[in-house]
Design a protein around this ligand. Sequence first.
Ligand code: TMP
Length: 219
Amino acid sequence: MITHTTRGCFISLEGLDGAGKSTHVPWLVDQLKARGLPVLCTREPGGTPLGEQLRQMLLETSMHLKTETLLMFAARCEHVHAVILPALDAGQWVVCDRFTDASYAYQGGGRQLGESAVHALEQWAIPGIEPDRTWLFDVPLEVARERLTRSRQLDRFEQEGEAFFQRTRQAYHQRVQQQPQRFHLVDSTLPIEVVRARLTTEIDALVHRHGSNHNSESP
Ligand code: TMP
């Protein structure tokens, strides 16, 4: 008998700080598990012991923009090779709280490094690795800021000003325009039940499509 492990599906969630993304991550994981899927939930920067150490530095220590971008990709490279690819190869679905799109948005857009430097690092460190589906939780700036200031002490990114987040949001929107098949935009100003009802429909479609893609490839 030929045993065939179906490759898992790679999902990322993105959005400005305060867009409500984090509320939906555990819910999404539960939804996938309820459909009988094996799920690994992880985050960036982080996801490995080294990545979590880098995360702490990135969120707390002031540094040159190029250093910041390199450290984001160092954490990502470790994460991809040690965690994400092995999990996908073993058939797990991977839900990642932020991935490379966040570098395009925050470093490329927010910090004005530009798209091409981020693209060069992506091509070098993790060529060809991108999510199968990305949900972008989108809210106007004022809403994100309002939600953020209600929360805990702010980290180095969250303390940035309005213009930074305006550019970050714009860069996210540009990513959506460039890759409309991968991104689904979520209007995160809607009530949580409405957002979840819409996501439920999209999750069902994704599970169905991912299953049938693989069925048609099976030996
Ligand atoms: P989190 O608060 O969603 O866990 O993300 C931590 C911060 O790191 C968030 O403000 C966005 C930022 N970030 C980047 O600037 N570039 C990246 O590539 C990633 C993954 C996160």
